[in-house]
Ligand binder design. Structure first.
Ligand SMILES: O=P(O)(O)OC[C@H]1O[C@@H](O)[C@H](O)[C@@H](O)[C@@H]1O
Length: 519
């Protein structure tokens, strides 16, 4: 396959811009919100990087074009592919499976077949874009087969993969009928990154259980094929973050601070303002949060109008059945709480089914006394980090589910088990009544972590490790094109019992490159 021209290529389900097709057929775009593009943009601009992804629009086909200082390579998806690859296999099979089966995952062979063909399309686009010996960074659960296909097409390139969501325990992962192929797909990378050390060790346990490859600490040895040398694949945690300084600066802007005051006035100047900000997703524990809040009103521990809650629930994956059901449940619950405890012009829960610009979010964070993050399972939860970055005044308190990746790092938060409604209620009241000295001390601790470990450091750390991996010599090509869905090298039945090999949660001890060394 002929090589492309980009030293560095990102592959993600979505392009980093929102595209509008104007009436005259021309394109315009706006950069999507989100840390990934912010972290990678400088690198992309410096190295003339390429970004392979879906535009978010049905059937959108377009030649690669330049935007935001990088080359964007749109991957077209038809209506049927969106239904089977994106809504189906990605978001109704993998998403629930990887989030503790909070809702039952669905397994459909037609969805899997489309997932493989779409993954191949992304891999081919990446192979066409990357320069000889270049680097490709593949993102997230929608594209787990891309590393192995790309490795076949372009054995000369370095391949990194980062999973933004949890990687499930092997007992859950092995429910997946195509578990061997997914593991094989990921092992096409040189470096497989996860949010938490626990995710990395879950993956390594899956490799032990499902393959006969040698696993030593964080490293898997994949024997060379077609006279290529053996490869080492490293699996390790790289907790993602936000552009902390930019968010802090935004939240300090006079117009944002003014808006924060105005929000409190518009809400009737409550003494206690509780805030939830989520994509409307069943993993976020919005119903559990509402239940706890409703009971606090019922018990009389909180009262309207002295206390109220704002719940921003941004629309998400609206054609997927479980998301429709969740929306109905949340909206019924909000209606019931407001019916029971609200007053004229004084809602108990202000429910907003919208997405808002970053300025409005920053103002909400500055306005809120207590931030509620109650996820039942969450890869990281960047909302928690945004709240902390916004509170340079050391005000506010963070109530954080222990089932988020963020809880590993944000040890100064008040942690909860969201399934424990009484425990959650007690912790919310503790946050509401916390004395200023303690809340400032906690916020200072939280901010130390978030301000120092930003998204740039995350990207530098990941790419630093990836740069240290050695790809096979570029002149060796595979004798045939990749075939996904081939049989695994051995079956579970004829494999030695893997349970005597314990996975480790420990981070590797060899030297970590620092941000500076790796940029
Ligand atoms: O792209 P979607 O389905 O609208 O979901 C938003 C994002 O949700 C995140 O949690 C996923 O890790 C991303 O990959 C995804 O892009």
């Amino acid at each position: 396959m002929p090589a492309g021209e980009h030293e560095f290529v990102v592959v993600a389900n979505r392009l980093p811009v929102d595209i509008t097709i104007e009436d005259d057929g021309s394109l315009s775009w706006e950069r999507s919100p989100g840390g990934l593009v912010t972290a990678l943009a400088p690198l992309m601009q410096k190295n003339g990087g390429g970004w392979v992804g879906w535009s978010g629009k049905v059937g959108f086909e377009h030649e690669p074009f330049d935007a935001e200082g990088m080359r964007l390579c749109p991957v077209p998806l038809s209506e049927g592919e969106i239904a089977r690859y994106y809504e189906g296999f990605s978001n109704a099979t993998l998403w629930p499976l990887y989030h503790d089966v909070i809702v039952p995952p669905e397994f459909h062979r037609a969805w899997w077949n489309t997932y493989t063909s779409v993954n191949r399309r992304f891999a081919t686009a990446a192979a066409e874009a990357v320069a000889p010996g270049g680097t490709v960074w593949v993102h997230d659960y929608q594209l787990q087969l891309v590393p192995s296909v790309l490795r076949m097409l372009r054995p000369d390139v370095k391949i990194g993969f980062f999973n933004h969501i949890p990687f499930p325990p092997v007992e859950i992962f092995t429910q997946l009928p195509w578990r061997h192929q997914v593991v094989e797909g990921l092992l096409g990378a040189d470096l497989v990154g996860f949010q938490r050390p626990g995710d990395a060790s879950n993956f390594l346990r899956a490799v032990r259980r499902l393959t006969d490859l040698q696993v030593r600490g964080p490293q898997v040895t994949v024997p060379g094929r077609w006279s290529r040398p053996d490869r080492a694949v490293r699996a390790q945690a790289f907790p993602i973050s936000i552009d902390s300084t930019a968010f802090e600066e935004l939240a300090r802007r006079p117009d944002v601070l003014e808006r924060a005051k105005q929000i409190r006035v518009e809400l009737g100047s409550p003494d206690v303002l509780l805030l939830g900000v989520d994509r409307l997703d069943y993993t976020k524990g919005i119903r559990h949060r509402l239940k706890a809040f409703g009971e606090l009103l019922e018990d009389g521990q909180l009262r309207v109008p002295e206390a109220c809650m704002v719940q921003v629930a941004s629309p998400s994956r609206e054609r997927v059945e479980q998301y429709k059901t969740l929306r109905d449940e949340v909206e019924v619950t909000v209606g019931r709480i407001n019916g029971d405890y609200g007053a004229l012009g004084r809602a108990a829960v202000h429910y907003l089914h919208h997405s808002y610009p970053a300025t409005e979010m920053a103002a909400l964070y500055r306005a809120a006394d207590v931030m509620l993050v109650t996820s039942l399972r969450d890869g990281m939860n960047l909302v928690a980090k945004e709240y902390v970055a916004a509170r340079s005044d050391l005000g506010g308190a963070l109530v954080l589910s222990e089932f988020t990746g963020a809880a590993d790092e944000l040890t100064h938060a008040l942690t909860i088990n969201p399934h424990d409604i009484d425990g959650t209620k007690a912790t919310v009241m503790r946050a509401v009544n916390m004395d200023r000295k303690e809340s400032r001390r906690r916020m200072r601790g939280l901010r130390r972590r978030v301000m120092q470990h930003d998204v740039q450091r995350w990207a530098d750390d990941f790419l630093g490790y990836l740069a240290m991996s050695v790809p096979p010599p570029p002149d060796l090509r595979p004798p045939e094109t990749p075939r996904l869905g081939t049989q695994p090298p051995a079956t579970d039945e004829n494999r030695p019992d893997p349970t005597d090999e314990q996975p480790t949660d420990e981070q590797p001890t060899d030297e970590q490159p620092t941000s500076k060394e790796t940029t």
